[in-house]
Write a protein that binds this ligand. Structure first.
Ligand code: AVI
Length: 322
């Protein structure tokens, strides 16, 4: 059985995480960071969202990957290291491995169980690939320099960040994150970034993608309150909050909120937090970029060249940047 190595770097200071959550919830307006969506139920609900007719990004990105797979694989090059940021169940990266034949695959995610299970299944299928799982919260900063192999000389790395997760950062944070990836690339000649980006489009389609007819996104949004209850011992009643998902044209983002349907009091760390009817908890932003806008973000982060592939309707964009 090939070797799988898991490095757990999640020296999460639980007290700090709890303090941040409580500070966000007692602030006005209240907020919860989107990383708290992804407990076990949240991951399952997100997988269901990706199957919804209204939620086009996953299937559109997949179609671009399929249609342009040879050109994208050529841009990446063969061999080297494939670094899967936010790997989850590693499903998206898995289809690239036969094409780009890396010597090492690094699955990076906050969800230890998900990557351990995925790597255990993948390792026998790709016995020639060294499999490493790195458990870390890279939204706090990306530092994988010590995890990248050098083999005497630096081994090229491809950073893979699909799914338009970059949209869940604000533009300034996105720039800082891309610059951190670029710094890693600079240290390893011929490295690059393969990234999926959701584009600006008809506001009705954007709103529907985050407020679907059967309510899967609503369940995903409300489930964050159950996760928070477990983490900080609060007593939120998810059913007492309504899902709101809408496009904000001026900000260039979809926003998700949970809105108190009645006046209510929640106990947070032993203290009462009153929510007025209609008061909202901001749970997520999902920024959308025109391809030219994203290209300038890439050059601002230090990338000197890029290629971009899109579907015919221009609903999604895949960039490879160096
Ligand atoms: C993970 N991320 C790219 C998703 C998005 O579209 O922003 C999360 C999501 N939220 C609601 N639906 C999907």
């Amino acid at each position: 059985m090939p070797d799988v190595r898991i490095v757990n770097r999640l020296d999460v200071d639980l007290d700090r995480e709890r303090a941040e959550l409580i500070a966000g919830l007692t602030a006005s307006p209240a907020a919860i960071a989107p990383k708290y969506f992804y407990d076990r139920v949240g991951c399952a609900l997100y997988r269901a969202i990706c199957e919804l007719p209204e939620y086009y990004p996953t299937r559109t990105e997949q179609a671009i990957f399929l249609r342009h797979r040879d050109a994208i694989a050529d841009a990446i090059g063969r061999g080297g290291q494939f670094v899967d940021l936010g790997a989850g169940d590693c499903r998206k990266a898995r289809s690239w491995l036969p094409l780009v034949a890396p010597s090492r695959y690094l699955a990076v995610d906050i969800a230890a169980d998900a990557i351990a299970a995925a790597l255990a299944t993948m390792a026998p299928e790709f016995p020639e690939v060294e499999m490493v799982g790195i458990v870390t919260d890279f939204t706090r900063g990306l530092d994988l320099e010590g995890d990248l192999a050098t083999d005497g000389a630096a081994v090229p790395a491809t950073f893979f960040y699909p799914g338009s997760s970059i949209g869940n950062f604000g533009p300034a944070e996105a720039l800082a994150f891309l610059a951190a990836i670029h710094r890693h690339c600079r240290a390893h000649v011929d490295s690059g970034l393969l990234i999926g980006v959701d584009t600006r489009k008809d506001p009705r389609r954007l709103a529907a993608a985050y407020d679907d007819a059967v309510g899967v996104t609503a369940a995903f949004n409300r489930n964050v309150l159950r996760h928070v209850n477990r983490l900080i011992g609060s007593d939120f009643r998810p059913e007492a909050f309504a899902h709101r998902g809408f496009w904000d044209e001026a900000a260039g983002r979809v926003e998700m909120h949970l809105e108190a349907t009645t006046p209510q009091t929640v106990t947070l760390a032993g203290k009462a937090r009153r929510f007025a009817a209609g008061e909202r908890i901001h749970t997520e932003n999902s920024y959308k970029y025109a391809p030219a806008e994203f290209a300038s973000l890439l050059s601002g982060a230090g990338f000197r060249s890029h290629r971009c592939w899109q579907d015919d309707a221009g609903d999604f964009a895949v960039f490879h940047a160096r």
